[in-house]
Write a protein that binds this ligand. Structure first.
Ligand SMILES: C[S@@+](CC[C@H](N)C(=O)[O-])C[C@H]1O[C@@H](n2cnc3c(N)ncnc32)[C@H](O)[C@@H]1O
Length: 207
């Protein structure tokens, strides 16, 4: 199906698979065993066409919640999920990273074991909203992990980092930095709950 078939203008940003999404999918493939994933709920924020969400479903996650502000993005993920037979595992939900988190269905924060953010720092407002949501998750859940992916030329990722360092005025905060995937020791028990993945888009392979 082509984007034009959806009968509404395509949001360029929300309808592309960005290099970060590819790296997020690879990180899950390489770092999470099928056994671990089979008991996990994975939630993606700002999913766009949702490559990481679809990958989580394909790798055997128990549940996947793909969220975005953009209805077209949610429609694309929904359609791809149905085409690939993941409709019983993957749900889509509107979630605005800049909005107040509410308990009702207007902007409910999904419960998950692993949260993914891939290339969502479109503006300072979204970066600060994402930082606020990250803090809420860290505060609310002892065990949830948050993996954030952003290429080095995304200026607003530094707004996110600065906001997160301010929140964590401890050792954890001072250790926070954007690091390439091979410098994160993800399998270590001691690994931080929040990992920031840096990527160089020119080195990301598709295929
Ligand atoms: C550059 S695209 C990245 C899409 C996808 N995550 C990827 O890496 O391929 C940015 C995504 O963030 C979403 N977005 C922008 N502002 C948002 C907000 N306030 N809340 C949630 N998602 C938002 C856009 O709709 C878009 O899908």
């Amino acid at each position: 199906m082509d984007l034009e078939d959806y009968g509404q203008p395509a949001n360029f940003l929300a309808s592309q698979v960005w290099p970060s999404a590819r790296v997020a999918a690879i990180a899950m493939e390489q770092q999470l065993s099928a056994k671990a994933l089979s008991s996990m709920t994975v939630c993606e924020f700002g999913c766009g066409p949702g490559l990481p969400s679809l990958t989580a479903a394909k790798l055997g996650a128990q549940n996947v919640v793909a969220t975005d502000l953009d209805p077209l993005a949610l429609e694309l993920v929904q359609k791809a999920s149905e085409e690939q037979g993941f409709q019983h595992v993957l749900q889509t939900q509107r979630f605005d990273l800049t909005g107040d988190v509410l308990d009702d269905n207007k902007n409910r924060l999904p419960e998950a074991d692993l949260y993914l953010l891939s290339d969502v720092f479109e503006s300072k407002q979204v970066a600060l909203g994402a930082a606020r949501v990250t803090c809420q998750i860290l505060h609310k859940s002892q065990n949830a992990r948050i993996w954030v992916f952003a290429q080095s030329d995304r200026a607003c990722r530094e707004d996110y980092l600065e906001a997160m360092r301010k929140q964590h005025q401890d050792k954890e905060g001072s250790r926070l930095e954007w690091l390439p995937m091979d410098q994160h020791d993800i399998r270590q028990q001691s690994t931080s709950k929040l990992l920031l993945f840096d990527l160089d888009e020119t080195t990301v392979a598709y295929g």
